[in-house]
Design a protein around this ligand. Structure first.
Ligand SMILES: [Zn+2]
Length: 135
């Protein structure tokens, strides 16, 4: 693995994430501005629910973009400290294929995937109080 390539990819991902946050923030501001404008001259506000829906949607996009930026930043830190491509859950190496698809992946496919199932069947799950502490 050439770490320089990974860094290039991550820095590009970072730019993409920053641009997305910028775009979504602008969109959110537009929605807020237009909703304020429409509220000012229309008490009935027939578009109120639509605006609320749009705001919620864009807010979700913004949160996702911010979370992604955080993931990319964490990945860059891991690259600096030599812990990149190590799964945060099990410590195994994260496959190159997964890193190609998700350069900021924190966990291996096994730990992140929907196939990741608990060792104990649901019926014999221990009560919450006995849950082992997080590492
Ligand atoms: Zn793992």
């Amino acid at each position: 693995m050439v770490s320089g390539d990974r860094r290039d990819i991550l820095e590009r991902e970072r730019d993409v994430a920053l641009a997305r946050i910028q775009a979504v923030t602008t969109e959110l501001e537009d929605i807020v501005t237009s909703s304020e404008a429409s509220n000012a001259d229309d008490e009935h506000d027939p578009e109120g629910s639509t605006i609320a829906f749009e705001r919620a949607q864009v807010g979700t996009l913004l949160l996702a973009a911010q979370t992604y930026l955080e993931d990319v930043d964490q990945a860059l830190i891991r690259l600096d400290t030599g812990r990149y491509a190590r799964c945060e859950e099990c410590g195994d190496e994260i496959g190159a294929e997964r890193l190609d698809a998700r350069p900021a992946a924190r966990t291996c496919l096994q730990c992140a995937g929907p196939t990741h199932s608990p060792r104990t069947p649901a019926s014999s799950k221990p009560p919450k109080a006995l849950k082992p502490p997080r590492r």
